[in-house]
Design a protein. Structure first.
Length: 405
């Protein structure tokens, strides 16, 4: 107990001072105590602070045995590990060039605790060898952030993206959004775009492009808007009037190529060496390039003819029919009566029949007469429903200031 010679201070007050001093000293002592740190899991969710890490790359024809035996695991044990993994991941599916990591202790001999096969930046397979053998698939966290890009076309769409160091997959997704409105084979210098999209990140690094949220593409001095909106549990893209960006037909049966011959009533045929009508549009592309049905419909013909080569003909409705010639091969399952959907692969580019090189001759009938599809005004799909228009236009108005900036 504290003592004092000061007059007038009661024993109760001294006791109170004593308790205060005791609390203060006790608090200081507690603060000085060392609290053990909790081990932090690594990017694979594993606690490996005390383990040795060995990184490697799967070599061509390299097996699990090739890898693990070099780390002291017997072949019969490797066989046991491979059998345990089979229901989850077959080690025969190792892909050359992919990374792997071995985590082990090494006192007098090396003992492997974990083997991790990295399938891609997100997906990996953990072989937990600590006690019993456990194998499981897992994924790293993918963070989605909104991003944007704007540019003026100077050459091709891909070339513009390369110069701006933009993900080329964004160009593919934009081509898919505008497949019914813009012919990307006829894109012009001076066309420009502004697009907002989702960008995925893994461990702070860009991983891939997600959904396009809103875009404006100015082509041939005309603005094409595309706002992502959901109705009937399906998402679609709609313009500034609430009309669908999706048309009844795609602009082309190929995603990317070039037009080598247009629809004309008078053309010098490169094989027959004479003037002849060419009632189709030729798209040149490498052999094997997938050919897409430009719309929903039913296959009415799918076989080989001397001039057409391998070809498929599709009836879309009472008005429209399309035909795709010179395929290297017809896609499996294509036969009369087969229902196909818009964008479905129906064959592959080739040069069968009367052709000088790999291309697809695309033919388009309207009411039984062959017409130029590039000059046709194709009807759109269903617009935003009346009961959803207020919701849609509220969303549209939130995007327009950014798209028009």
């Amino acid at each position: 107990m504290l003592r004092t010679n000061l007059p007038g201070i009661s024993s109760q007050i001294l006791f109170l001072f004593s308790m205060i001093f005791t609390f203060i000293f006790s608090s200081c002592s507690d603060n000085e105590k060392v609290v053990p740190e909790t081990p932090t899991p690594n990017s694979f969710g594993l606690i490996v602070d005390s383990l040795i890490e060995v990184d490697g790359i799967i070599e061509p024809n390299q097996t699990l045995s090739d890898i693990l035996t070099t780390h002291g695991i017997a072949k019969n044990k490797v066989h046991e590990i491979a059998l345990a993994a089979e229901p989850v991941f077959s080690t025969r599916n190792f892909k050359a060039g992919n990374d792997f990591v071995v985590y082990a202790t090494w006192d007098t001999v090396e003992t492997v605790k974990y083997f991790v096969y990295i399938a891609d930046p997100v997906n990996y397979v953990v072989f937990d060898l600590r006690d019993s053998i456990k194998v499981y698939k897992a994924q790293k966290e993918v963070v989605i952030k909104q991003d944007s890009a704007k540019a003026t076309i100077n050459g091709s769409l891909y070339g513009t993206f390369e110069k701006l160091n933009l993900d080329p997959n964004l160009a593919v997704k934009m081509a898919e959004v505008y497949a019914w409105q813009i012919d990307f084979y006829r894109i012009q210098v001076g066309d420009h775009f502004n697009v907002y999209y989702e960008q995925a990140f893994v461990e702070g690094k860009p991983y891939g492009v997600g959904k396009i949220l809103a875009a404006k593409f100015n082509h041939n001095k005309h603005d094409f808007y595309a706002i992502r909106f959901e109705q009937d549990k399906n998402h679609g893209y709609y313009d500034e009037k609430g009309n669908s960006a999706r048309k009844a037909f795609l602009k082309s049966p190929l995603k990317f190529s070039r037009i080598t011959s247009r629809f004309t009533n008078k053309r010098f045929h490169p094989v027959l060496k004479r003037m002849k009508a060419h009632l189709g549009t030729d798209y040149a592309a490498p052999t094997g390039t997938p050919i897409l049905s430009v719309g929903d419909g039913t296959v009415v013909e799918a076989h080989y003819k001397v001039f057409n080569g391998n070809y498929v003909k599709i009836k879309h409705n009472a008005t429209y029919t399309t035909q795709y010639l010179h395929m290297s091969k017809i896609a499996p399952g294509m036969k009369p009566g087969k229902h196909v959907t818009q964008g479905q692969v129906i064959g592959f580019v080739g040069s069968t029949g009367l052709a000088t090189g790999p291309h697809v001759c695309f033919r388009f009938w309207k009411n039984g007469t062959q017409v130029d599809p590039l000059k046709e005004k194709i009807p759109a799909s269903d617009p935003v429903k009346p009961e959803l228009k207020n919701e849609y236009f509220s969303l549209l108005n939130s995007w327009l200031p950014r798209l028009n900036s």
